[in-house]
Design a protein around this ligand. Structure first.
Ligand SMILES: CC(C)C[C@H](NC(=O)C[C@H](O)[C@H](CC1CCCCC1)NC(=O)CC[C@H](O)[C@H](Cc1ccccc1)NC(=O)OC(C)(C)C)C(=O)O
Length: 329
């Protein structure tokens, strides 16, 4: 089987992208954040503390004739931005992009941290990193892609994210109308559970391409992009008035100042992130300073987040030796 589903940015600055997901019988439809940087499928639910629910759609397993409690299983997950969620586990029918997994483990939140409560646009996460990162105990469960893979025409999913416009995720097939030229593939090292690959280098604005290996993860659940500090410093040298602001915990600059494009290499292919994507949002209330979309990596993990992904068409190929494909569009 194969299918695609619309990916909608939750705001005009592409902080996050959500898709509609059908859970249970009759279907309960929740808008959920697709996250290739984690591997738990969890939802706001009838079991979530009421003071932690703020407009999200909830999944109620008691209203589904196909739900089944996985007694004894619990989950607890915490993310790079310090947010977290925990609760119990059911299985139920889950349909995404027209593809149905009859017994998907649905992690139902009893607690969510404040940033989830305040993120009214998302009612849960669809983790699409590798199963090894799943946080259900005592025994891990599979992601939607892990469960669906064997029934997909091809064991892959694709991301066509856009700036301030509806894009799509595809499952089981590659829609050749969504990209230009050809797709360049790189090997994935999934040993840490992430879609980790190595870029061939970078360029800043119209500057010459610097051939250097940059290993990072392709993460739809991270809004921005993080690179080694040497590259980030070189980038902001080209942005007048920019500096690293410890309060903002990042590079900021006077909003009107020009931000050059940022190019990254996929083998001999070049993906150009337009300069307009490189200024993220106002860094302070009076909007004089803006926060850069490129920031320095912490803990050694470079992240090709939404800023990079929305500049390309991306294939997450889950074959036995996984690869990632990038194309211009
Ligand atoms: C559980 C582990 C096994 C895996 C775990 N993975 C991650 O932390 C990466 C993963 O992609 C997580 C997934 C996100 C967690 C927070 C909610 C949204 C999804 N990414 C993250 O943890 C990175 C955080 C994101 O970049 C946030 C996302 C966000 C969006 C809207 C509102 C609030 C926060 N954006 C965000 O902060 O945008 C700014 C900086 C422009 C304000 C880890 O490495 O610890």
């Amino acid at each position: 089987s194969e299918g695609s589903v619309t990916a909608t940015p939750i705001d005009t600055i592409d902080t996050e992208y959500t898709i509609p997901v059908s859970i249970g019988t009759p279907a309960q439809v929740l808008q959920m954040d697709v996250d290739t940087g984690s591997s738990d499928f969890w939802v706001f639910s009838s079991e979530t503390e009421s003071d932690e629910v703020n407009g999200q759609t909830i999944y109620d397993p008691s209203q589904s004739s196909t739900s089944k409690k996985l007694s004894g299983d619990t989950y607890s997950v915490s993310y790079g931005d310090g947010s977290s969620s925990s609760g119990e586990v059911y299985t139920d029918k889950v349909k995404i992009a027209g593809i149905t997994v009859s017994k998907q483990a649905v992690e139902v939140a009893e607690q969510v941290s404040s940033s989830f409560t305040s993120d009214t646009s998302s009612s849960g996460l669809v983790g699409l990193a590798f199963d090894s990162l799943n946080q259900v105990s005592p025994s891990a469960v599979q992601t939607f892609f892990g469960n669906a893979q064997s029934k997909l025409d091809s064991p892959l999913f694709t991301a066509d994210l856009k700036h301030d416009a509806a894009g799509s995720y595809g499952f089981g097939f590659i829609d050749s109308s969504l990209y230009t030229g050809s797709i360049t593939y790189e090997d994935i090292d999934s040993s840490d559970g992430f879609w980790s690959w190595t870029s061939s280098g970078y360029a800043i604005g119209s500057g010459s391409f610097v051939s250097t290996k940059i290993t990072g993860i392709a993460d739809t659940g991270t809004t921005l992009m993080t690179m080694p500090s040497s590259i980030v410093k070189a980038y902001y040298k080209k942005v007048s008035g920019s500096y690293y602001d410890s309060t903002a915990a990042g590079y900021i600059f006077p909003c009107g100042n020009t931000t050059p494009s940022f190019t990254f290499g996929v083998g001999s292919l070049r993906i150009v992130i337009p300069g307009s994507y490189m200024s993220y949002a106002a860094a302070d209330d009076d909007g004089t300073y803006c926060y850069g979309s490129l920031q320095k990596s912490s803990g050694g993990t470079n992240i090709f987040g939404d800023v990079a992904l929305k500049s390309a068409f991306v294939v997450f190929n889950g074959a036995s030796s996984p690869t990632i494909g990038w194309a211009t569009k």
